[in-house]
Design a protein around this ligand. Sequence first.
Ligand SMILES: Cc1ncc(C[n+]2csc(CCOP(=O)(O)OP(=O)(O)O)c2C)c(N)n1
Length: 282
Amino acid sequence: MADKETLERLKDLTSEARKNILRLCHKGATHIGGDLSMADMMTVLYQYGMKHDPKNPAWKERDRFILSKGHGAGCLYVTLAMAGYFTMDEVLAKYREPGSPFGEHPSGEIPGVEIATGSLGHGLPICVGLALAARLDGRQNRVFTLMGDGETQEGSVWEAAMAAAHYQLGNLVAFVDRNRLSLDGETEKLMKLEPYAEKWKAFGWRVEVIDGHDIAQIVDVFDRLPPPSADQPTIVIGETVKGKGVPSMENDANWHAGSIDAEFLAQSCAELDAARKRERGE
Ligand SMILES: Cc1ncc(C[n+]2csc(CCOP(=O)(O)OP(=O)(O)O)c2C)c(N)n1
């Protein structure tokens, strides 16, 4: 179990990540609502849970991460920058510039990015292949992905889910950002996902349902992961809020994507700082 100091460090980092996500959204339009909802899980993945080396992104024994909801590129860039793959200044300078790999969706040319994503429903199938390859090579690493809940309305996700259980891929761990909103409305109205956890169970997965903004719960998921040699893939359904941390953006599908002005940026960063201070009891 992580000590209090570790949890506080991760909470500080998550608050900083949200501010960087907003800075990027001021530079150019991002998928801001979903960037903010996935920020806690991404921070814990890169700052606590995953085995990786920002100085050696091609390290053979690294855990693999595929951002399946590739439109969450803003949060991915911020997370990778804060982990040390490159600087936040570089991201801010290059984001959406002509010819830049830092586009609205991630390019595979970016250090730490295994493959370009953005077309929904591809991440989990890719991870099944990576997890099978790790098994064949006798490597003890894990393969992680993060999907949007709306994304899991894609049929390819369930084909991969079936395959992962069939091949007993205990080295595969998928996170879902269950913010209950897709591009244009509520997932349950567009294409019902519930009973969601039961569906994954029925497909043969080990299922964890957590508060996707509670750092201690996310850390706990990693602490309790079965070894990569286990025979069941894990799905972590993180219940989240789209736009989390910026009150006027929360739970509003209109903030699926967009950009913000300097005033909005300053006010939102001040709100995030105030919220973190309250949390610390200051
Ligand atoms: C195959 C495919 N169809 C449609 C889109 C357009 N699209 C981009 S984001 C999105 C909504 C995804 O919702 P969700 O996975 O819940 O993401 P989040 O709410 O976390 O941003 C859609 C339909 C796409 N990128 N790929």
